[in-house]
Design a binder for this molecule. Structure first.
Ligand code: HEC
Ligand code: HEC
Length: 228
């Protein structure tokens, strides 16, 4: 209760001394707790995408502390991306959080994510909208993202067979920089390698759930671009 009163007074004094919209300190507090419990291990303490689990997350994480990037998203845009994740925004391969977090907690985490913003100059990479459009309109981009997400932790982001999980395996992942390997790959045989337990090849890979079959065509296209 005491903390609540102090926060309220703080919020009041902040809002009365500045013209800008008052920062909701209660939300900031809840948002920080939520972020530290659910987000930090991928996005990192400052939002730069260097959390402990980031390396194991095949897709490199966008810097959500980059003001130029994040200012292109409204609070509602950020809310929806956090709530629904890849279900509605497949260009971000992040699970949606709406089954773990209440709407109030998601709102609070939006406030906290906003507070992480740092001015890093003009945006160098694509905007969120450009990324979304590129993903939706290009099977090459889908293949790249799905490969990073589902295959790169073992086969490596560049296909060198040296992803972060590779060291832990007795049998080394295939190197996709080798054209002798990639030229024999077809959508059909790769589907078998990744889903059919009776297949000899790929036995040291996880057996993927059938959802993966939908992506294999695009993934194989991408793998073929990795050959040198
Ligand atoms: C398992 C790792 C993981 C966790 C945990 C995680 N995220 Fe993400 N997040 C991602 C990935 C992967 C992306 C997409 C990265 C990319 O493609 O640039 C992403 C993207 C985002 C984006 C950027 C959306 C855009 O349009 O570019 C926001 C904002 C975000 N996450 C917020 C959160 C919040 C808030 C939490 C906690 C509730 C959270 N994330 C937890 C992996 C994670
Ligand atoms: C947990 C690590 C791991 C993941 C994740 C993984 N692989 Fe593999 N993969 C391996 C290993 C190890 C081998 C080599 C040994 C074998 O054949 O089991 C292999 C072999 C293969 C081969 C056989 C190449 C050949 O001609 O012998 C293909 C094709 C392949 N992987 C495709 C994929 C695709 C596509 C994905 C993502 C959908 C994927 N792998 C994800 C570990 C992995």
């Amino acid at each position: 209760m005491k903390q609540f009163i102090i926060l309220t007074i703080l919020a009041w004094s902040l809002s009365s001394t500045s013209q800008a919209a008052p920062i909701d300190l209660m939300a900031l507090e809840t948002g920080k707790k939520t972020y530290n419990a659910f987000c930090i291990y991928c996005h990192g303490a400052k939002g730069e995408g260097d959390g402990q689990a980031a390396a194991l997350n095949g897709v490199p994480l966008v810097d959500i502390s980059n003001k130029a990037y994040m200012s292109l998203l409204s609070d509602q845009d950020i809310y929806d991306r956090i709530a629904y994740g890849k279900e509605k925004f497949p260009y971000i391969q992040m699970p949606g959080w709406r089954s773990n977090l209440k709407p109030q907690e998601i709102k609070a985490v939006v406030v906290y994510v906003r507070s992480l913003a740092v001015d890093k100059g003009a945006l160098k990479g694509p905007t969120p909208k450009e990324r979304e459009e590129r993903f939706n309109n290009s099977s090459a981009e889908k293949g790249r993202i799905y490969y990073l997400k589902y295959c790169s932790t073992c086969h490596g982001r560049t296909g060198d067979g040296k992803g972060p999980v590779a060291n832990t395996l007795k049998l080394k992942p295939a190197c996709f920089n080798d054209p002798k390997i990639t030229e024999q790959l077809t959508t059909e045989n790769v589907k078998k390698y990744v889903t059919d337990i009776s297949e000899e090849r790929g036995r040291y890979m996880p057996i993927f759930e059938p959802f993966i079959e939908e992506y294999i065509d695009e993934i194989v296209q991408h793998i073929k671009t990795l050959a040198k």
